[in-house]
Structure formats: structure tokens, C-alpha cells
Design a protein around this ligand. Structure first.
Ligand code: MRU
Length: 357
């Protein structure tokens, strides 16, 4: 994707170093950061300098590759195993993180160069899958559509293109007249900060709406379709995504509005039977109690916005039952969220050699 006319990925390997876009500073400052060790990568994932299912998956794969470079010859496999555990402990919900770590770890057991090549292949695959999701999802978007989205499932959340926003970019490129409602997505405001910034970069008409305005817009017939991303998909079609997704899906169902999830097949956890088995991250209550923004002087500041002395509870994801989901837009096509369709997809993926899980 282009930032100020220049092409970027969210994370990339260059001459034995790893670079990424520091998302915690956006939309106020665009800065490239460097990770020199796998523990740098762990910190970046944990503090959400890099976030979004695909982007943390790619970062985790590169982190595993960096670990193989760091590992001393005499303790190579012990070092790799510890690194794998550390990387997997950073964030629990996004399937892509575990998917990438497992694949790169297995390659790292052979050679360091194998690990680096596999991490790069996964990042390239992520970008290609996202692009394909855009092409397939675009067929659902008609000229004049008003589209609602939640959180950030644009290119910042993947290596490139994104998932929920990939069809939006393509529809806009093809000259379709579209308008996007961007839910702010408290507490970290990935919608207001990141999705809105991405749409601004692409020149796509949009407004930011309060998280609690979605139902009212749907009730008044202002939304034609809702498209969101996913952090993990169970084999029965239940979907974990950013907190607040569940409410939107129920409301969309009530008002007969198509509700689509866009995600690559690497987000499907074929070992996870249903949504109840998906681990849900709980983050610090401070993310609810405090808010961050820039002052008129351009200084990034964090302020308390709640009653002093109160504590906060901050579950980061929720699970939307399959019955509320119209379809899942994958790079292999739009699938119905049910056990049989997802099992068929798994067979197809195994036959085409994409998965060895
Ligand atoms: O906590 P985050 O920002 O890493 O959350 C992940 C997300 O961005 C969303 O849940 C998104 O909709 C799915 S990831 C493309």
C-alpha cells in the first residue's frame, strides 16, 4: 500500500534486519522501527506496535527466523524452542501467529536459511491472499453501497491490502461510488486511528462513528453491508474478532443486513471445534481508563477519562456465532460458516498442499 506515494508493507525483512511500521504512533506520526532480535519482535507484538492478525503472524514468523540467526550452534534447538514459547506467549487470540511460528520453527530445525525463506514466503502468501480476498469480496459491493466496518482489518492489519478493507480498496479503484462507516473501536480506537488513516491515504469517503451508533444506522437503513476481519475462526464457523463485533452481527441479523467476515484460510483453526474453545485475550484496564491523542502543539499525550479510583475490565475479542454470519470471504472463495463447508475447505487445502496441520 502507498503512504505519501511510496509503497510499504507493514513488516519486511531487509539485509538481515526486520523493519515494521510503528502502529502505536499512527495516525499522528509515520515511523519505521527496526527489530534486531526475536525479543524485540515479542515486545512489538505485546505492546501492539504491530497488531492485526496477519501482521502479527508475519512478524511472529520473522521473529522465529531472527531467533534461528541468533541461536548459538551448540544450543541451537534449545534456543529455538525457548524462542517459540516466548513468541507464542505474546498474544493468545490471533491464529495467524501460531500458524506462522509453527511453520518457521519446523524450517528453522533444518537450517537458518530455510527459516528466513519460509518467513518471507509466509509474508508474501499473506499479501497474495489478501489481494485475492479483495477481488472476491469486491463482487459483493455494488455501486452506491454504504459499508460498515469495525476495528482495523485493512493493510496495516496484514502484510498488505488487508482483509475487510481489501474489497473496499478494489471497489474504489474500479470507480464504484462507496461510503464507509468506521466504528471507532474502543478502547484502543483502531477504527478511528488506523482504518480512518488508511482510508484517508486511499482517498475513500468515510466517517468515523461512535461504537454505539452502529445499531441506529442499521435500523435507519443506512448500511448496505458490513464487512469485518477475524482473528480466529473455529471449524463450526464461529468467529473471534475485535470486541464489539458480536453486537454488530446480532444487529445486522435483526435488520437483514449481510454480515461478512473476511479472512485468509490461515486464520481458520482446524483444531478448534467452536468459539468456546478460542482463547480470548484480556488486556490492561488502563486501555479503557486512559485515552491517547495529540495536543494542539502536536504532542502525544495520555489522559485519564474515567472516574479516578475505578478499575476497568478489558476483554479484547468476542466470538460471533456462525448463525449471524452471512459468509466468510477467503482467498479460496466465499464459504458458508458451517462445519461441512469448512471441512471441505480443509480437504481442498490439504490436497493443494497449502497446509500440513
Ligand atoms: O488487537 P488487534 O488490533 O491486534 O486486533 C486484531 C484486529 O485488528 C481485529 O480484530 C481485526 O478485525 C481482525 S485482524 C485483521
Amino acid at each position: 500500500m502507498k503512504v505519501n506515494g511510496q509503497n510499504y508493507r507493514t513488516v519486511w525483512w531487509e539485509e538481515a534486519s526486520l523493519f515494521y511500521i510503528e502502529q502505536n504512533l499512527l495516525p499522528f506520526t509515520f515511523r519505521i522501527a527496526e527489530a534486531r532480535s526475536y525479543t524485540d519482535c515479542c515486545d512489538a507484538i505485546r505492546n501492539m506496535s504491530i497488531r492485526g492478525a496477519g501482521a502479527i503472524g508475519a512478524m511472529a514468523g520473522f521473529a522465529m527466523a531472527l531467533a534461528s540467526v541468533q541461536a548459538p550452534d551448540e544450543k541451537y534447538s534449545e534456543f529455538l524452542l525457548q524462542a517459540r514459547k516466548d513468541i507464542e506467549a505474546t498474544r493468545p487470540t490471533a491464529r495467524n501467529l501460531f500458524y506462522a511460528v509453527e511453520k518457521v520453527y519446523n524450517h528453522a530445525l533444518r537450517t537458518r536459511q530455510n527459516a528466513i525463506s519460509e518467513a518471507q514466503r509466509l509474508a508474501d502468501q499473506d499479501a497474495a491472499d489478501s489481494r485475492k480476498i479483495g477481488e472476491i469480496g469486491n463482487t459483493l459491493i455494488k455501486d452506491g453501497f454504504h459499508i460498515e466496518t469495525h476495528c482495523n482489518a485493512g493493510w496495516l492489519a496484514f502484510v498488505d491490502y488487508g482483509t475487510a478493507l481489501s474489497p473496499v480498496y478494489l471497489a474504489h479503484e474500479q470507480g464504484k461510488n462507496i461510503f464507509i462507516y468506521v466504528g471507532e473501536t474502543r478502547p484502543r480506537c483502531q477504527g478511528a486511528r488506523l482504518t480512518a488513516w488508511e482510508l484517508n491515504q486511499a482517498g475513500i469517503p468515510h466517517v468515523i462513528i461512535p461504537d454505539n451508533a452502529g445499531a441506529s444506522l442499521m435500523a435507519r437503513g443506512k448500511v448496505n453491508i458490513m464487512i469485518v476481519g477475524a482473528d480466529r475462526i473455529a471449524v463450526n464457523g464461529d468467529v473471534a474478532n475485535k470486541i464489539g463485533t458480536l453486537e454488530k452481527a446480532i444487529v445486522a441479523h435483526e435488520y437483514g443486513i449481510p454480515f461478512y467476515v473476511a479472512a485468509p484460510t490461515s486464520t481458520i483453526d482446524f483444531h478448534c471445534k467452536n468459539g468456546a474453545q478460542i482463547p480470548i485475550e484480556e488486556r490492561s484496564g488502563d486501555e479503557v481508563l486512559y485515552m491517547e491523542g495529540v495536543t494542539g502543539a502536536g504532542k502525544l499525550e495520555r489522559v485519564l477519562i474515567c472516574s479516578p479510583g475505578s478499575s476497568a475490565y478489558n476483554p479484547s475479542f468476542d466470538v460471533t456465532p456462525a448463525k449471524y454470519i452471512t459468509g466468510i470471504i477467503t482467498e479460496k472463495g466465499i464459504i458458508h460458516p458451517d462445519t461441512r463447508s469448512i471441512a471441505n475447505l480443509n480437504v481442498h487445502l490439504r490436497e493443494s498442499g497449502k497446509f500440513n496441520q
